[in-house]
Ligand binder design. Structure first.
Ligand code: F1P
Length: 344
């Protein structure tokens, strides 16, 4: 008998708190290869698909945390348009992120980088024996997060955890407990409500809004809807959405806001205004006092960038539950392979 649709993806989504704990235990035995005083003035972060969106998040986290200039680029652009990103005098460090470590463009981007500059190459990957790991000077491996699914869920969040650890160092025991317990509690309390939200047939378009580092996660949430549920989804920085895409906001739209910890009132206002146009909204990351049916509160004690990770499991649930509601199998997304390998 075939497996229930989404069985593997669902297990991987729910395993995140435990996999994060194991990943952090492993990371705490290592030293971060990113050195704020290492001479590199610029960090270039790259990946493809999910891992490109992760690169966007990691670049903002690194710039804030280390005070280096950090830029994210899709690996295909680094490979095919190298001169637009890197020149011979470049002093960059390249951080390449790939679950498989085998994606052609990401491995190729490392080669293109090496041909231009002697800068350090660091890899974050679930596969320590991969082509990417072999090509890098330093490898941060996250093998506990390997997946059966094509679509990235726990690998994405665990590689994000590794990026946060590289910038901020070891989280203390209290933070590890708080992070993993909160992620578990959120899944326990919100899996059912998010699953019923995903079953709302009035929704025909999904918008994900996130500012600063969270824009990368908004893009990843958009990708989950496209890959798993085959539906129209878009991602914007909070205030960018008013500049054109606003025309698409109506009763058929769900707008999901990934709120920041610091004074999210301007972000709340965008959601309020979208509701006034008829949209359904979901605010993820409200304060505990705010609450409400379509507001997922996060505890105040977990600081960014760790707090951002708590946004992810419920976004995974939304994509997966929407796919199942539409009769699709999130474990078997259309046209996709776990690794994109291109001919030379
Ligand atoms: C990146 C990626 C995934 C995507 C797809 C193909 O892989 O683009 O984000 O979901 O199924 O591969 P990787 O380089 O992180 O292994």
């Amino acid at each position: 008998m075939p497996d229930r649709p989404g069985l593997a993806t669902g297990d991987e989504i729910r395993s995140q708190p435990e996999v994060w704990r194991r990943t952090l235990e492993r990371l705490r035995e290592q030293t971060s290869p990113l050195r704020p005083d290492g001479g590199s003035r610029r960090l270039l972060v790259t990946g493809c698909g999910s891992t490109h969106y992760l690169a966007m998040w990691a670049a903002r986290v690194a710039q804030r945390g280390l005070g280096v200039q950090a830029t994210a680029a899709p690996a295909s652009e680094l490979l095919l348009h190298t001169d637009s990103w890197i020149d011979d005098t470049d002093q960059s460090t390249l951080l390449a992120i790939s679950r498989s470590g085998e994606t052609t463009e990401t491995v190729g981007a490392v080669t293109a980088f090496r041909q231009r500059t002697p800068g350090q190459v660091i890899a974050i990957t679930c596969e320590p024996d991969s082509a990417l790991a072999r090509a890098a000077d330093e490898v941060v491996a996250v093998p506990d997060a390997r997946e059966r699914s094509v679509v990235q869920t726990r690998s994405f969040s665990s590689m994000a955890l590794a990026a946060a650890w590289m910038v901020h160092g070891d989280p203390n025991d209290e933070l590890v407990d708080g992070l993993t317990r909160t992620a578990s509690d959120l899944l326990d309390s919100w899996e059912a409500p998010i699953t019923s939200l995903a079953a709302d047939d009035a929704i025909r378009r999904f918008f994900f809004l996130g500012s600063d580092s969270r824009y990368g996660f908004a893009c990843e949430a958009m990708l989950k809807i496209k890959e798993m549920a085959l539906e129209h989804a878009e991602a914007y920085h909070f205030h960018e959405v008013r500049h054109g895409p606003w025309s698409l906001i109506d009763e058929a739209t769900l707008v999901v806001g990934l709120l920041g910890a610091d004074d999210p009132s301007a972000e709340r206002r965008v959601l309020d205004d979208a509701r006034a146009l008829g949209a359904r909204t979901l605010a993820v990351g409200t304060t505990e006092a705010e609450g409400g049916a379509d507001a997922v509160p996060l505890p105040a004690g977990i600081a960014e960038p760790w707090r951002d990770l708590l946004l992810l499991p419920l976004l995974h649930v939304l994509g997966s539950a929407r796919a199942v509601h539409r009769g699709l199998d999130p474990d078997a997304p259309r046209n996709l392979d776990a690794v994109v390998r291109l001919d030379p």
